[in-house]
Unconditional design. Structure first.
Length: 360
């Protein structure tokens, strides 16, 4: 597939770079009060991984539950042209975010605004945790444990680490991601829904399409994830590097403004890719195949629905992005708090070990 081949070369180089750096032992990361020169930066990067994982998990679930009604409205608007209930005439089309939220509350009950949120949180905890922890880990590996003074080099590490982290997390949680999309887009009251819950969805899709059905739309999703997470993480970390100085970090309000700008920009730029991946997800377990491939989906959306179809539900996504911006900012705060309450044990300096052996 041409879209995978186009991305194969740079990502292969990145992978080879990571593997080669793991085999080396340069100076350690200047982090958490450690002194340079120990040569233990790969071990410390892995030692920090649980802390980063926990910090990302805490913020992910809380923020996602708050914006769950907006998320469901966004998914319904984004996929309604592929929704069998709407195409079959059982439900009329939604005209916008407010119309969607009001109709869901009126026709399906207020709790239905959170339909699929349990699965979403189940997906979001490991997803956000892996995104943040892998982002920090990959950036440490790519930089060889050194903090670069060259902004362009640091930016390259930030953007590349963000994209790699996004792809790593997506592959791990993708079955939950597709389940969340399908259950959130499942319309009507309990007795007329296509799926009764997560287990029923998994069994139904696996029975019809096998394991492949649970990864329907993965290539399109990886494309969107590379773009979105590179901009989301890379843009935020690079902006912090540019605007902050060595002696004093940025105030909370400024980091939140940066996070909001980055989140909105990343969401709008990658939104057409997200629309295509959601449309491909809607075909899992369906006998009526609308799109034969990702490229075919792009062509048909443009030909039959116009350019606007790629941005259907984008306004809802911008409101939802406020939660994602808060996650970026509060993640650093939680990491700092965890450093104060759960300080890491410094790794032994290799030079001390050598010195001890010499004296022995």
């Amino acid at each position: 597939m041409f879209y995978l081949k186009a991305a194969e070369k740079p990502w292969r180089k990145a992978r080879e770079g990571i593997l080669s750096r793991l085999m080396q032992a340069p100076s350690p990361v200047h982090d958490r009060g450690k002194t340079p020169g120990s040569g233990n930066w790969p071990r410390q990067a892995w030692a920090d991984f649980p802390r980063d994982f926990m910090a990302g998990a805490v913020m992910g679930g809380v923020a996602h539950t708050i914006v769950a009604p907006i998320e469901r409205a966004k998914l319904l608007l984004q996929t309604q042209e592929s929704n069998m209930a709407i195409r079959g005439g059982q439900h009329s089309r939604y005209t916008g975010m407010l119309d969607c939220i009001l109709r869901i509350a009126r026709e399906e009950g207020l709790p239905s605004l959170w339909r699929g949120n349990g699965i979403s949180v189940l997906r979001y905890y490991p997803s956000v945790a892996l995104n943040f922890s892998c982002k920090d880990l990959y950036r440490t590996i790519l930089s060889g444990g050194h903090k670069s003074n060259d902004l362009l080099t640091a930016a390259r590490y930030n953007f590349l680490a963000g994209g790699l982290a996004g792809c790593t997390a997506l592959v791990v949680v993708y079955p939950l991601d597709i389940a969340h999309t399908r259950l959130a887009a499942d319309m009507g009251r309990t007795e007329v829904r296509q799926f009764r819950g997560l287990l029923h969805f998994m069994k139904t899709i696996y029975k019809k399409d096998g394991l492949r059905g649970l990864y329907k739309g993965l290539p399109a999703s990886l494309q969107g994830m590379i773009v979105h997470r590179s901009l989301y993480f890379g843009g935020f970390d690079t902006a912090k590097d540019v605007l902050s100085n060595e002696s004093k970090g940025l105030p909370f309000w400024m980091r939140w403004l940066i996070a909001q700008a980055v989140t909105t920009s990343a969401g709008l730029i990658s939104y057409p890719l997200d629309t295509v991946r959601r449309r491909m997800m809607m075909q899992a377990g369906s006998k009526q195949i609308m799109y034969s491939s990702t490229l075919d989906c792009w062509k048909k959306l443009y030909k039959f629905e116009g350019v606007g179809s790629f941005y259907r539900g984008a306004m809802s996504n911008m409101f939802r992005g406020t939660g994602a911006a808060l996650i970026l900012v509060l993640y650093d705060e939680i990491k700092h708090l965890m450093d104060l309450t759960m300080p890491g044990v410094p790794l032994p300096d290799q030079s001390d070990k050598d010195s001890g052996e010499h004296h022995a």
